[in-house]
Design a protein around this ligand. Structure first.
Ligand code: ADP
Length: 309
């Protein structure tokens, strides 16, 4: 395309239609805040095929601090994207392979559990119980990896149905009350929660992730508060804790893949930094919003919304 064709947003013709809206919103945000806008997006090449590019738009300011012009760079990252895809397929395959022996170990342990009960040996029972807890942890980690690799290959589809949040949150509350003794969990007036159209299992996963993190990243004995509020256009969910809090510089990044904040607590807490990434993908597939409100030392509140239809 010639310079004349490109100037004044002519390059929209080369962009993938799915990305134009987010790109415009990103530019608007950058011009309001002065923070450079960075995004990965697809541009058509000369053969009409889309290739992934890293796109950076940086405002350049004049002496009075006003935006004088924009400097942009667009770099072809298709090769990196292909490699990323191969890596993610590999993770998916490895996770799948790891699950098979784990399932057998679990089955054997369950047989042993029955036998241990018969011989009435409390010590053996305890050891088996602990092994089963570890197996459960490992299974959920592997499931997390499998979900991420499935997400990246865009194999994930959400299957929305109409369901009552009262029932779902009631189940989640009972699950947590049976397993979490370290914190006080509050769920509010669950019976009054509305109905929603969404993928029930995925929404359950997001809420459990929020609550799980709140428990993981806040001191024993403190409160974790779940709230659900039906607003005019959306349903608003939040989970608050009295934990260590998160510095604003991490607020966006914690929703990225494999991102964990480096501090003493994260060194001693297990995790791979994929939980929130997964939550963000699920909520975006539902057309909702997800964000965190937090300051260091003042606890955190994680929010998400679902459109009401
Ligand atoms: P993981 O917990 O497995 O590391 P997540 O994607 O769930 O992965 O979270 C990413 C990071 O965000 C965590 O490593 C942690 O540093 C931070 N984080 C998440 N939830 C909280 C919370 N409630 N309070 C403080 N930090 C949190």
């Amino acid at each position: 395309m010639s310079f004349e064709d490109l100037r004044d947003f002519g390059y929209f013709q080369m962009m993938h239609p799915d990305e134009i809206e987010a790109f415009q919103a990103g530019l608007k945000h950058a011009s309001e805040t002065g923070i450079p806008f960075e995004s990965e997006m697809r541009f058509k090449d000369i053969n009409g095929e889309y290739r992934w590019h890293l796109n950076i738009a940086s405002p350049v300011f004049d002496d009075e601090g006003k935006i004088a012009l924009w400097a942009g760079s667009t770099t072809d990252i298709q090769r990196l994207k292909d490699e990323e895809q191969r890596k993610s397929d590999f993770i998916g395959m490895v996770s799948h392979e790891l699950k098979t022996p784990l399932t057998s170990i679990k089955a054997y342990l369950q047989v042993m559990e029955v036998k241990a009960k018969k011989i009435d040996d409390e010590n053996v029972q305890k050891i088996i119980d602990r092994s089963l807890i570890q197996i459960r942890k490992m299974t959920s980690m592997i499931d997390g990896f499998m979900s991420v690799s499935r997400l990246e290959s865009s194999k994930i589809v959400i299957a929305p149905t109409r369901f009552g949040l009262a029932q779902l949150i009631g189940e989640i509350r009972d699950d947590f009350k049976n397993t979490v003794m370290s914190h006080q969990l509050y769920f509010g007036n669950v019976e009054g929660f509305p109905e929603v159209t969404a993928d029930r299992d995925r929404i359950e996963q997001v809420i459990k992730n929020f609550i799980g993190n709140a428990v993981k990243y806040s001191p024993r004995g403190t409160d974790v508060i779940f709230k659900c509020l039906a607003e005019i256009e959306e349903i608003h969910f939040s989970v608050s804790d009295n934990g260590q809090g998160i510095d604003p510089s991490h607020h966006q990044k914690i929703f990225e893949r494999y991102y964990r904040i480096e501090n003493d607590l994260s060194k001693t807490t297990s995790g791979f930094g994929i939980g929130l990434y997964f939550c963000a993908e699920i909520i975006s597939l539902h057309g909702g919003r997800i964000w965190v409100e937090s300051e260091l030392g003042k606890g955190s509140t994680f929010h998400f919304t679902l459109p009401r239809h």
